[in-house]
Design a protein around this ligand. Sequence first.
Ligand code: BGP
Length: 468
Amino acid sequence: MLHKTLKDFPKNFFWGASTSAYQVEGAWDKDGKGPSVIDIAPVVPGTTDFKVTSDHYHHYKEDVKLFAELGLKAYRFSIAWTRIFPHGTGEINPLGVAFYNNLINELKAHNIEPIVTIYHFDLPYALQQKGGWSNRATVDAFAFYCETLFELYGDRVKYWLTINEQNMMILHGDAIGTKSVSGENPVKDLYQQNHHMLLAQAKAMKACHEILPHAKIGPAPNISAIYPASSKPEDVLAASNCSSIRNWLYLDMAVYGRYNNIAWSFLEERNATPDIEEGDMEIMASAKPDFIAFNYYSTQTVAASAGDASDVGSTGDQQIVVGEIGVYKGASNPNLGKNDFGWEIDPVGFRNTLREIYERYALPLIVTENGLGAFDKVEADGSINDDYRINYLQAHIDQIQLAITDGVEVFGFCPWSAIDLVSTHQGCSKRYGFIHVNRDEFDLKDMKRSKKKSFFWYNALIAKNGAK
Ligand code: BGP
């Protein structure tokens, strides 16, 4: 649809930015923090580990000051479960509690709205040793952790995100470093874990509404519009399969409390439907999100399955389709360019995705990740001219405005990432931030913060509430 007049961004739009605890904080074993699955996972060869990252734990005051200078209205960050409960449950760690109290207070003092992700990939290792998400006890540990956060920080935190990219942990847990499955039927084990996470999320949403009646909570999956590789009906069917398994399985459960029928049929085909205990579906049906948060980097394109191993590509990560035998096969989109890491760039697909989610669920949307990973170059004068990042973000922001004009309710945009941090599996040379951190893959240097060109661009854009 071509619009003659564009609607403005809403008055109190959350122009924000995002990070996650394990990718930005460092201090992986400081002040009583317990290990998470990320701390224990093998490091991808040639990339740094997650022990120090951007050392935000020790630099948070300076960082929040920079976020305020950037003009952020909101900051989306995650709480490291093992700072609060070093063993996942049981004894609380007062120093970990204090860190987030300080961070939240600092944000509030600078008029930045904290948006808290409760769990961003870093499951406590102590829980993993007892079976992780395969063990139903982890659902209760998560619910208890959530209730604790609501009690501790709910007087100042109004916006909560349950689980970051549960769908990517299920589909790409190998790349992210979170996957651990066992048993005779690993697919069943995987989707049993998925069921437990969905149940844990439902419990979190219910507890949030009970404990904090004025707070708002929602899921935070990675959602991408899925294109068929051609107009062949078989390709269109494959795209529908992929969309149900990748996107709607998660949001249908979060919003409607029911399993998506196509995803369920896929699980039946693999003898992988989860065991559902009495009462589970009632809990899922009675838990309601207030909004949908989602991360968007690109769209995906798929073709009809060939019905054999050729459906499965050799590699894949959050934005690269792996393929499912008999269901769909990954394809590339000849209409799109790619970033340095093979991720397709599709701003118009962002509008498609926003429209599709809103039309389906009619809940307010917030974008909790979107951004460009790139090898930044520091010039001799110290400047970083990341025009490619500015172009990427501006093109995506333009599409949000078009989606808003289409009638989609969007209340915030939190690009990835506020500050440079360590990528999930591609080290710290893959940078995303508005703020540069002076360190290399293996040389920690002085961690000095400096403003990239995109910092000044985003600051000016926020000051005009996105108007040109
Ligand atoms: C998302 C994750 C983030 C972040 C981002 C960029 O899937 O939620 O944690 O890392 O992708 O991905 P990467 O770090 O792999 O470049």
